[in-house]
Structures are given as structure tokens and as C-alpha cells.
Design a protein around this ligand. Structure first.
Ligand code: DMJ
Length: 633
């Protein structure tokens, strides 16, 4: 058997160049190979192909989303997701872009070709330009059936930033009226200084490491804090923040963002800053953002919005881990989108968002209570999910009431659904503890009627909302319920050695002779993220009842924030409230934007000598503490 193969590869041509191998010679060559040699060549080719396909698929795999909604995931998962994302973001000037922009965001079927990004130096700033973005946006707009929702608008005003007659723009606030308010302003300035020094233009400050965290890459803290700065009368800070919005806030970044979070924080923040200051730049930015968020609604077959959208490509989609949207998220957009429509004379924002409320109104519920997930493709609730007033359920109830108020109490189904839900809460979710008779709100587990005695700190927004409803003419027993809940929420703070509430508290509701306390905290739930909900309720309750005990409670909590969460460069969330020692709090090195937008704003308002510093008959306050005007219809 020959141990070599003679190859007939043709002779050199006259010009000295090798002629190309004729097809017949290749065939002949192949036939001359032994079976072993042919098998060997086939195997090598197959391995090469598989390797190429494997690496190609790795390159095409989308990066994980920026931390959207991670606050509701188990802590370990949050940490993992967060770390992956932080690693995948490179900061380029003021714009946060992924290190692999061409594969960061998933593309819809019709937009499979990744856009080419060019980083261009312009006026010393780096801008991300997306090739073909304009025409893509135009295509998208043309495909949308927007004619219907635009019927009846005053053509000459559509899309213009002209405020309607009912909207009063530019409000003047008095300076701090006492030492407590001054202390809150000092706290704000301390937090702002840290943010300004270490995280300017980024979403959140990491006050211990002196770094920053980007979630959507939109400078969340600046926008969320604008109206707090304005209300506190901090002129220099406002000027600087406004100039950042003017020059550096760009929405054409190829980032996937969460519709709800960006609506309540950024759209709400911009609109509120516009209404208070009268500066049109805020409305211009709000309009640009509103257009980019709209595909979440218009691309959905049911009108229930997808949870996420890419601000540049305007591709809307569900989160990676589920086909569903959260019920509270899809029903907590309407105040902002309505206000945007009223200010721009373009009805499409209001109509898209309000269609969701009308749709949810028609769905079957448990005595007005809703499951926490809803599917945008079918438009139905995911009925095997929890019913709760905490994460993913909370602000559905809040926005029923607040939309009713925003529209001059003219839309009855909003009020009726709210009233029915409060009765549902009393029937299914309210229980009392055996020893101190504390009233608390639990949850119904996964589509059953099984009661879980667990209350998120988020639920402590409810007393404030109940009091607001009472103020606007709803039954007095709502206020009674609010008062009892206030006591319970207060105890979640007062019974911790740090005087700070944990993220989640469990309650006992059956007699247990062995049990020492009525409430307990699991070690995984013992963190405090500087959340505002109880302070928000304290402000509503004080303003509506005049009871100064609520101010006293607020002051005790403020002092606890000062003692346990204040660090050299700002304020930090902590991992453990079950301690009286500062060095045992396990600081988490994170200051979320809502600390400036909500917690400090509500504290400032709570301590004001003028109970009506922010008038709840003129403003309705969104879920992120941004005041928006009340309309007559
Ligand atoms: C804020 O972003 C908003 O208040 C939201 O509605 C719930 N979570 C945070 C604050 O805890």
C-alpha cells in the first residue's frame, strides 16, 4: 500500500503562474485517496465547521440587560447581574455605551441588522451616532397606527411645547422655615456633593468607593433630584443641573431601559422640573423621551406595554427572564404620559397609557385585587402569581386614585376600582398581631387564597395614599385604616436597634405562646435601601391631619439615617438594620436616586412650618415624588 499520494496539480502556465486546478483533477484526486484519508479529511472539516459556528454564536449572544428590575430578584442573582453589567459598561465621556454596542440590545425581527455606531468628538463631548437611526425611527412611526389616537388634536400645536391654559408654570418656594428643614437641606447638599464629585452624569453614586453605578446611563440622580433642588431653593445646584440637562442629556443611546423606571424617574422628573421652574428645556427633553418610550405600547398586540425598550432603536420587548410585564409597572405610567400630552397637545401619549388602565379595568379581579404579572401578548393577567401591595403590585392602587385626582375627579371607574380594591385589601390582606393588635397587610400566595404574613417596606406608601383619598372626599374609614397602618410601619422602624426599617418584615397573626415578638426580620431581608415610602406617608398624614406626632417620628428616622447611613461622600444603603453599632450595618456602597428625589424631599416637606408648602389640591405627586398639576378633566 502506497504511503503517499501523488497529486496532479497542473503545470505552470507560460507566464510562470500556476493554472487553477481543474474540477476534474480534484475529483480524480479525491478518488485516489484511501477510505481512511477521506474519512480523516471529512472529520477535520466537520470539526472546523463546528468550531466556527460555536464562536459565531458566542459573538451573536446579546449581553445581559442593564440591572432592570433587579431589586425584585433574590439578592445573589441581583449581585451577579449587577456585576456582569458593571463589567460590560464602558463610560465614554458623558454617554454610557456598552463595550459591544452592536450586540448589546436584542433587535426585533425587522431590525436584525445591528446599527453601526460612530463615536464622534463634538464640542469636546463624545456623541454616539447611530447610522440609519433617523430612517429607522421614521419607518417605525409610519408603521404605527397613530391616526386614531391623534383625532381631534389642534393640528398647529401638536408636538409643540406650549403649556395648556390650566397649567401654571413657575412656582416660587420660600427658604427653609426652621432648623429641621435646614438639617435636611444640609443632608441633601452632602449627598449632592458626593454625587457631583464622584458620579456626575452617571445614574447613582457609590459613596464608599467613590465610584458610580450606571443602570440606564441617563444621569438618573440629576434628573430625579431637579425638583427637590428647586423646592429647597438651591439656585446654584439647579443652574448646574439644568445646564447638564441642556448639554449632556441624550436619549439616542443604544441602551435598553425599563419603561416604568424611566417614566417615573426621568419623564416624571423632567415634567415636574418644567412645571415648577417654567424652563422649556425640560419639556423638550420630556417630549423626546416620550417618543422613544412609546413603542412599548404601540408594538404590543394587546396595548399592555412591554417592560423594556431600546431608546435608540426603539425596539420594545419583555424582560429576558419572563414574557410578562409587572402589573404595577404597566399601570404606573399614566400620570406622566397624560401630563406630557397635555403639555404638548399630542394625545397619543395619554391615549396609549390610558388604554392600559381601561384594559385592566375590564379584567377579572379578586375583589378589586390584581395578580402581579400581566402578559402583553395576550393582555391577560398571569393568574398564578401573587396578589400583594408590595413589589410589582403597589402602585397599581396608587395610580387609580391619583389618576382620578389628576383628571379633576371626572373618571368614575378609576375611583370605583380604587374603592373596590381597598375593600378587597380589608377582606383578604389585613390581619392583626396577637400581642399588640398591630394591623398589617400580608400577601396571597401564587394564585391561591393562602395568606403569607409578610409586608414589604414598599407597602408603607399605602397610608399616605389612603389619607390622600380621604382628603379628596373618600370615606373616613380609609383614614382610620391609614392611621393603624402608620403605627405598624412606625414599629418596623422603632423595634429595630438602628431605628431603621428592614426591606421586609414578617408578622405573627396566630397565638403562639413561645413567640416573643409580634414581628420578626429574616437576615436576608434586613437591608435598608434609604427608601422613602414611610416618610412619604408621614408627610401626607401630617399635612392632612395636622398631627405633629408624624413630624416627631420623621425626625427620629432622619436622625437614624444620619447616624447609620451617612458616610464621608454621601449616604449609603446598608445590609443590616438589626444592630445598634454603626460598624455592623454592612454598608452596601449605593445611593439610589430616590433618596434625593423622594426621601429627602418628603422629609423637607414634612418639617415645613407651612403644611401646604406643596399644595395637594393643585398637584398630584407621582410614584417617584414628582409633583404634576391637577387638571379639571
Ligand atoms: C421608587 O423608585 C418609587 O417610589 C417606586 O414606586 C417604588 N420604589 C422606589 C422607592 O423605594
Amino acid at each position: 500500500m502506497a504511503d503517499y499520494v501523488a497529486l496532479n496539480i497542473g503545470k505552470p502556465s507560460a507566464g510562470g503562474q500556476m493554472r487553477s486546478l481543474p474540477r476534474r483533477s480534484v475529483w480524480r484526486w479525491w478518488n485516489q485517496l484511501s477510505r481512511f484519508q477521506r474519512n480523516l479529511i471529512c472529520m477535520i472539516s466537520a470539526i472546523t465547521m463546528v468550531t466556527i459556528i460555536y464562536y459565531w454564536s458566542l459573538l451573536s449572544e446579546p449581553l445581559i440587560d442593564i440591572d432592570q428590575n433587579v431589586e425584585h430578584l433574590p439578592h445573589q442573582q441581583q449581585k451577579k447581574l449587577h456585576q456582569q453589567n458593571v463589567n460590560k459598561i464602558i463610560e465614554v465621556g458623558h454617554v454610557a455605551v456598552s463595550d459591544q454596542p452592536q450586540i448589546n440590545a436584542p433587535l426585533s425581527q425587522d431590525l436584525q441588522k445591528p446599527p453601526q455606531q460612530n463615536l464622534q468628538e463634538k464640542d469636546n463631548k463624545v456623541e454616539v451616532q447611530i447610522e440609519g437611526e433617523e430612517s429607522r425611527r421614521k419607518d417605525l412611526a409610519e408603521k404605527e397606527d397613530v391616526e386614531d389616537i391623534q383625532k381631534g388634536k389642534p393640528e398647529e400645536l401638536i408636538g409643540q411645547v406650549v403649556p395648556p391654559d390650566q397649567v401654571k408654570v413657575k412656582v416660587v418656594f420660600p427658604p427653609p422655615s426652621n432648623e429641621k428643614q435646614e438639617a435636611v437641606v444640609a443632608a441633601f447638599k452632602h449627598a449632592w456633593k458626593g454625587y457631583r464629585t464622584y458620579a456626575w452624569g452617571h445614574d447613582h453614586l457609590k459613596p464608599i468607593s467613590g465610584g458610580y453605578h450606571d443602570w440606564f446611563g441617563l444621569g438618573l440622580t440629576i434628573i430625579d433630584a431637579l425638583d427637590t433642588i428647586y423646592i429647597m431653593g438651591l439656585k446654584e445646584e439647579f443652574k448646574e443641573a439644568k445646564s447638564w440637562v441642556e448639554s449632556s442629556l441624550k436619549f439616542n443611546t443604544y441602551n435598553d431601559v425599563n419603561l416604568f423606571e424611566v417614566t417615573i424617574r426621568v419623564l416624571g422628573g423632567l415634567l415636574s422640573a418644567y412645571h415648577l421652574s417654567g424652563e422649556e428645556i425640560f419639556l423638550e427633553k420630556a417630549l423626546d423621551l416620550g417618543e422613544r418610550l412609546l413603542p412599548c405600547f404601540t408594538k404590543s398586540p394587546s396595548g399592555i406595554p412591554y417592560s423594556d425598550v431600546n431608546l435608540a432603536s426603539q425596539t420594545a420587548h419583555s424582560p429576558k427572564w419572563s414574557p410578562d410585564s409587572s402589573t404595577s409597572e404597566v399601570t404606573t405610567l399614566q400620570l406622566e404620559f397624560r401630563d406630557l400630552s397635555r403639555c404638548t397637545h399630542d394625545k397619543k401619549f395619554e391615549e396609549s397609557a390610558f388604554k392600559v388602565s381601561k384594559h385592566v379595568h375590564e379584567l377579572p379581579k379578586t375583589d378589586g385585587l390584581v395578580p402581579i404579572f400581566i402578559n402583553p401578548n395576550t393582555g391577560w393577567f398571569h393568574s398564578y402569581t401573587d396578589i400583594k401591595l408590595g413589589a410589582r403590585g403597589d402602585s397599581y392602587y396608587e395610580y387609580l386614585l391619583k389618576q382620578w385626582i389628576q383628571t379633576g375627579k371626572t373618571i368614575d371607574f378609576l375611583k370605583n376600582d380604587y374603592l373596590e380594591a381597598i375593600e378587597g385589601i380589608k377582606k383578604w390582606l389585613v390581619r392583626r398581631t396577637p400581642k399588640s393588635n398591630l394591623l398589617f397587610i400580608g400577601e396571597l400566595k401564587g394564585g391561591t387564597k393562602d395568606f403569607v404574613p409578610k409586608m414589604d417596606h414598599l407597602v408603607c406608601y399605602l397610608p399616605g395614599t389612603l389619607a390622600l383619598g380621604y382628603h379628596h372626599g373618600l370615606p373616613e374609614h380609609h383614614l382610620k385604616l391609614a392611621e393603624e397602618l402608620m403605627e405598624t410601619c412606625y414599629q418596623t422602624y422603632a423595634q429595630r436597634p438602628s431605628f431603621l426599617a428592614p426591606e421586609i418584615t414578617f408578622f405573627r397573626f396566630q397565638h403562639d405562646v413561645a413567640a416573643k415578638d409580634d414581628m420578626y426580620v429574616k437576615s436576608n431581608d434586613a437591608h435598608n435601601l434609604l427608601r422613602p415610602e414611610f416618610i412619604e406617608s408621614l408627610w401626607y398624614m401630617y399635612q392632612i391631619t395636622g398631627n405633629t406626632t408624624y413630624q416627631d417620628w420623621g425626625w427620629s428616622i432622619f436622625k437614624a439615617f444620619e447616624k447609620f447611613t451617612k458616610v464621608d461622600n454621601g449616604y449609603t444603603s446598608i445590609g443590616n438594620v438589626n444592630t445598634r453599632y454603626v460598624d455592623e450595618t454592612r454598608p452596601r456602597d449605593m445611593m439610589e436616586s430616590f433618596f434625593l428625589s423622594e426621601t429627602l424631599k418628603y422629609l423637607y416637606l414634612l418639617f415645613s412650618d407651612d403644611r401646604e408648602l406643596l399644595d395637594i389640591d393643585k398637584y398630584v405627586i407621582n410614584s417617584e415624588a414628582h409633583p404634576l398639576p391637577i387638571y379639571t378633566s
